[in-house]
Design a protein around this ligand. Structure first.
Ligand SMILES: NC(=O)c1ccc[n+]([C@@H]2O[C@H](COP(=O)([O-])OP(=O)(O)OC[C@H]3O[C@@H](n4cnc5c(N)ncnc54)[C@H](O)[C@@H]3O)[C@@H](O)[C@H]2O)c1
Ligand SMILES: O=C(O)C(=O)C[C@]1(C(=O)O)C=C[C@@H](O)C=C1
Length: 317
């Protein structure tokens, strides 16, 4: 079975994620019609120029007409409003999904805005620090996980079609409970972003020491943090506000572990430090062995389009 069982897909929000889905559906599911909508008229104009969809709607109320899958790709804090605006044209038969980075709050917002509709949230764990329609590329989801968080009463046929859709885009699919997703992602994605935002902010506050040195010596570990800390402020503000409890819980544990390392440094406990670093090195090696290290084919390149030619093409998985 392929995801082509969706005849028409509407993508709401045409930035990095929405743009990438638009490119990927056109590349890997040629039988599917793609309709796009974005609240920002400049983004709609750019999306037309980039060919992110077969048709770009100018009104939210008509964007979902005729679609059997609608995917919300807006910041998580905007999901409810975006869904309410789309509702007038949405069939009760259609499947509603999203790509938001936190799941429990988004599931509640979509269910509240679209009562009586089929809502099955999802989160492709694939992205970059870039945002906007130009950032999208077809191969973004290749060999990356897509976590689907079906509600207990989800229609099994629609769930199977959503799984097939993401597999057709090259993703590996896992299903789990939304609360569990939010705990796991708090430590694997949200906390690392918070740490990057912190360390880059701290360095730039140390003006006397760093003024030009922050830039001059940033070829090392600091540079990796600056990539993450360049991620979209609206997106990440919303992630932290919607996954507050899980992030605070993980932050508490992180702070305790950091204090342990701080103590070891103060006491000159080299064995503690060595053991800790040996354990973390093994984790990194495990990630690489699982084939999950920088699966993005163009990672580190400047065009981020997956085909090296500045367009949205790319090979299917
Ligand atoms: N960036 C990543 O690495 C990444 C990875 C996985 C999931 N996500 C999730 O994907 C979603 C989109 O992120 P992105 O990186 O594509 O952001 P983006 O900023 O590139 O694009 C978001 C788009 O949504 C539009 N928008 C905002 N409010 C809207 C509304 N009410 N109606 C219609 N359009 C609206 C904006 O104009 C913008 O074009 C977020 O929920 C984010 O958490 C992001
Ligand atoms: O690679 C990056 O730039 C990302 O931050 C991608 C990343 C992540 O943390 O892995 C960021 C947020 C998403 O919800 C999913 C993926």
């Amino acid at each position: 079975m392929t995801g082509a069982s969706f005849g028409q897909v509407t993508i709401v929000g045409l930035g990095l994620l929405g743009g990438s889905i638009g490119h990927a559906v056109q590349a890997y599911l040629p039988g599917t019609t793609v309709v796009g909508y974005d609240a920002d008229p400049d983004v709609r104009e750019a999306a037309r120029g980039l060919g992110l969809a077969h048709r770009i709607a100018d009104e939210a109320g008509e964007a979902a007409i005729g679609s059997d899958l609608v995917i919300f790709c807006v910041p998580v804090g905007a999901m409810g409003a975006a869904a309410a605006a789309i509702a007038p044209g949405l069939s009760v038969e259609a499947l509603v999904s999203d790509v938001g980075s936190s799941k429990a709050t988004v599931a509640a917002a979509l269910a509240q805005a679209l009562p009586g509709h089929h809502v099955i949230p999802a989160h492709p764990v694939a992205g970059t620090e870039r945002s906007g329609p130009e950032a999208g590329f077809a191969a973004l989801f290749r060999n990356r996980w897509c976590i689907i968080t079906p509600p207990a009463d989800a229609d099994p046929v629609l769930l199977a079609r959503l799984v097939a859709f993401w597999e057709a885009l090259g993703a590996r699919v896992e299903t789990m409970d939304a609360d569990h997703h939010d705990k796991v992602l708090a430590v694997t994605s949200h906390l690392p972003h918070l740490i990057a935002y912190t360390i880059v902010g701290t360095a730039s506050d140390l003006e006397q020491v760093t003024q030009s040195e922050v830039i001059k010596y940033s070829a090392g570990g600091f540079r990796d943090f600056t990539r993450i800390a360049a991620s979209d402020p609206t997106m990440w503000r919303d992630v932290f506000l919607t996954n507050r409890e899980a992030v605070l819980e993980m932050l508490q544990r992180f702070t305790e572990d950091l204090t342990e390392l701080q103590k070891a440094i103060r006491k000159g406990d080299g064995a503690f430090l060595f053991d800790h670093f040996t354990r973390t090195r093994a984790i990194r090696r495990g990630i690489i062995e699982m084939g999950q290290d920088d699966a993005r084919p163009d990672f580190g390149r400047s065009d981020h389009n997956g085909d090296g030619q500045g367009s949205g093409g790319g090979e299917p998985a």
